[in-house]
Design a protein around this ligand. Structure first.
Ligand code: SF4
Ligand code: SF4
Ligand code: FES
Length: 245
């Protein structure tokens, strides 16, 4: 069947909505639609794509109130009133059309030392221990959790959910040398500004329990006196969620 497709575009100066029509079937993904438009209707449409297999994390877009990997998402699952409306990911500056500038969250990841710092001597990690952070190793840096998070509206210094997933992943690894230094980094990144809305958890394409990880870091950090309450945080209430609660 043929469906109307709207894309929110930006040409460097102005924003506008462009309209197309694309033939889809039950298997057509949002990325298929974008590629069809680029190949057959408007070669100037810009978006990011690499792996087409939900691995590289480059193709995140906003549809309705949610964010999705375009290559993993079937159009039939995200139609609204028979129409597909695609927007660039939120919370990041738009460069062109659906291409956003990821520098901000990549810089925050650098500040958070989001990489493995090996300790000596190296110890074997047993399956039971790996379970504690195995899920978090699946993070593909797609930024969807970052785009879903409401905290940036009030606290620009908030590290963001992606940042805390990385902190959690390495903090739980017994071969990581930084250990509690990572919890102090979470404090510097205003972890207590999180309002525990769980948007990050519900939207993560890799089903990482992001908000639960944040709770665990906060709980430990407060007990150890490594985390203090931020004043910039805001209460969770008065705004509706994209998840119907
Ligand atoms: S649970 Fe916290 S980090 Fe996740 S989206 Fe909500 S406020 Fe942001
Ligand atoms: S935690 Fe999930 S949503 Fe966030 S960047 Fe990683 S894979 Fe993407
Ligand atoms: S193109 Fe790589 S995750 Fe979608």
């Amino acid at each position: 069947m043929k469906i109307p497709v709207k894309v929110k575009r930006f040409d460097g100066e102005k924003e506008y909505i462009d309209s197309f029509e694309v033939e889809i079937d039950d298997k057509t993904t949002v990325l298929d639609v974008l590629m069809h438009i680029k190949d057959y209707q408007d070669p100037s449409l810009s978006f990011r794509v690499q792996c087409r297999a939900a691995i590289c994390g480059t193709c995140a877009v906003k549809i309705g109130e949610q964010h999705y990997l375009a290559c993993k998402t079937k159009v039939k699952d995200v139609l609204q009133n028979g129409e597909l409306f695609i927007e660039p990911a939120s919370n990041l500056p738009v460069i062109k059309d659906l291409v956003v500038d990821q520098k901000e969250f990549l810089d925050k990841l650098k500040e958070a030392k989001a990489w493995f710092v090996p300790k000596e001597p190296f110890e074997p990690v047993y399956p039971e221990e790996l379970k504690e952070f195995d899920k978090e190793t699946d993070c593909i840096l797609c930024g969807i959790c970052y785009s879903m998070c409401p905290v940036f509206q009030t606290d620009q210094k908030f590290g963001g959910p992606i940042n805390f997933v990385k902190i959690y992943r390495f903090w739980k690894d017994k071969n990581d040398a930084l250990k509690d230094e990572r919890i102090a980094i979470a404090d510097k990144n205003h972890i207590t500004s999180c309002v525990h809305c769980k948007y990050c958890t519900f939207s993560c394409p890799k089903e990482i329990p992001v908000e639960q990880d944040i709770m665990k870091i906060e709980f430990y950090g407060k007990q150890k006196g490594l985390i203090k309450q931020q004043e910039e945080g805001f209460g969770f209430g008065g705004f509706s969620t994209p998840f119907g609660f």
